[in-house]
Design a protein around this ligand. Structure first.
Ligand code: NAD
Length: 493
């Protein structure tokens, strides 16, 4: 018998109205580790009612009080670091080395950041005098729906939930169906930290049922979504009926551009991290590499040699750095991308096969895979793979590199590697993406805004800019002189 989880609605832990469950599989071993409720539309309605009921009191609570609750949650997360890391590793497949040292501590740090910076949210006084005064205030939106992906289950929910809660919104979280357990565990932590009943509700279940019921519910003021571009488009369409605000953090196909004067060893190190961190299941993963023709051969050789050393296998072993991809159907999709690339004429430099060692054979592993001699018309250079599979191409001039980089429907991130800071900045200015790193790839801080353009979505997570996403700006006008004859009244006289 595996553990059966419950969902959080109005401060109570409940079974779903359908009585059905989703099986949660450890992608490293193929074993079923738990079951989560398969909620339906009725559960969404209950959660929305609870969140609507709780919204006025939570929104009226002083910012400092909400901030203290977040700080307590942050502390509790670190107290339960091992438990959370174990759970995330088992449900998502990220090695324990990463979940212990990266995901869980970052969740705690992120909450501290929101708790501190939200207290500095201010309005403005606007120069409209002398007979009146105008000011702006920021108010909570009300009930918000937060729909999150499976690639960093805990961190993605904390990015949204921390910002939404501290600014006074009540929340309904819909975690990913393949990895909802850490989110439910975080729910316990927020309740223990003092979040009142109805303020945080977590419902698990299929995206096309639970997710869509949230998106179409007229009492939900906003949907904060991170996930696939196709799902984001569907959410935009559905949200239009109630003119609902949507924040969309979607897919990417991120360029890694190595200019002629780059330090090749640093670029190779950045390439390994950018491409293979979290098995490449990162929206901002480096996935198409443009390398100056004079460096191409050396870069390719060193990149392949470095990627070959990455240790994959048992995700509970602290030495393992690469885990499986998150579920079987996704492994099959990644493998189909590899086959397509081979057929399109890309040259396989590394990987391309399913590893078959004792500790990988039952899991959904894909060996780090590098293709060379790629061109922009190949699917491998245009479609998001979301796995440890990357493509290398050559360029001759910076102008050509820029053209190739911008030749994509996505606009999430890119990196430029160069010792000439002028070239780096000029290129960064012209790349159409939400983030451009110079001499690094995949570095994201609490303090820096995150979000893309084009089909990578819009809106920002992180930084203090996220507070604009979860508040509405109200203008308040105050008449300062009792003057029966206001100048503009004359228009009607
Ligand atoms: P997904 O779109 O399949 O699922 C994301 C969430 O949406 C899940 O909770 C899912 O159940 C729900 N969902 C699915 N269909 C829905 C529908 N019709 N209506 C409402 N909700 C629905 O994405 P995924 O496979 O979980 O995540 C991978 C994707 O997320 C990749 O494309 C990746 O690039 C993207 N991502 C983007 C960022 C970013 O910041 N831009 C960060 C992480 C992941």
């Amino acid at each position: 018998m595996v553990d059966k989880y419950k969902v959080l609605i109005n401060g109570e832990w409940l079974d779903s109205s359908t009585g059905e469950y989703i099986k949660i599989v450890n992608p490293a071993t193929g074993e079923i580790i738990a079951e989560a409720p398969k909620c339906g539309v009725e559960d969404v309605s209950k959660a929305v009612e609870a969140a609507s009921h709780a919204a006025p009191a939570w929104g009226a609570m002083p910012m400092g009080e909400r901030s203290k609750i977040l700080l307590k949650a942050s502390r509790l997360i670190m107290e339960r670091q091992e438990e959370l890391a174990n759970l995330e590793t088992k449900e998502q497949g990220s090695p324990i080395r990463k979940t212990m040292n990266f995901d869980v501590p970052l969740c705690a740090e992120q909450l501290e950041y929101f708790a501190g910076t939200a207290r500095a949210i201010t309005g403005e006084t606007l120069p409209v005098g002398p007979w009146c005064m105008s000011s702006t205030v920021r108010e909570p939106l009300g009930v918000v729906g937060l729909i999150t992906p499976w690639n960093f289950p805990a961190l993605m929910v904390i990015w949204k939930l921390g910002a939404a809660l501290v600014t006074g919104n009540t929340c309904i979280v819909k975690p990913p169906s393949t990895a909802p357990l850490t989110t439910l565990k975080l729910g316990e932590i927020f309740v223990e930290a003092g979040v009142p009943a109805g303020v945080l509700n977590i419902i698990t279940g299929p995206g096309n049922i639970v997710g869509e019921a949230l998106v179409t519910n007229p009492k939900v003021a906003k949907i904060g979504f991170t996930g696939d571009t196709v799902t984001g488009k569907r959410i935009m369409q559905l949200a239009s009926d109630t003119v609902k605000q949507v924040g969309l953090e979607l897919g990417g196909k991120n360029a890694f551009v190595v200019l002629e004067d780059a330090k090749i060893d640093s670029a190779v190190e950045g390439a390994v991290f950018g491409a293979f961190f979290n098995s490449g299941q990162v929206c901002a993963a480096a996935s198409r590499f443009y390398i100056h023709e004079s460096l191409y051969d050396e870069f390719a050789k060193k990149f392949v040699a470095a990627a070959k050393k990455l240790k994959y296998g048992d995700t509970m072993n602290m030495e393992t750095v690469i885990g499986p991809v998150a579920y079987e159907a996704h492994r099959n999709y990644v493998e189909s991308c590899v086959e397509k690339a081979k057929k399109a004429g890309a040259k396989l430099l590394l990987g391309g096969k399913r590893p078959n060692t004792a500790d990988t054979k039952n899991g959904f592993f894909v060996a780090p895979t590098i293709f060379g001699d790629c061109t922009n018309d190949m699917d491998i250079m245009q479609e998001e793979i979301f796995g440890p599979v990357v493509a290398l191409a050559r360029f001759k001039t910076n102008e050509e590199a820029l053209k190739l980089t911008n030749d994509t429907r996505f606009g999430l991130s890119a990196s430029v590697w160069t010792e000439n800071i002028r070239s780096g900045i000029n290129m960064a200015n012209q790349i159409k993406a939400g983030t451009v790193w110079i001499n690094d790839h995949l570095i994201i801080f609490c303090e820096t805004p995150w979000g893309g353009c084009k089909e990578s979505g819009w809106g920002k997570d992180l930084s203090t800019m996220v507070f604009d996403e979860y508040t509405k700006l109200k203008h308040i006008y105050i008449d300062l002189i009792e003057q029966p004859e206001k100048p503009w009244y004359g228009i009607l006289k």
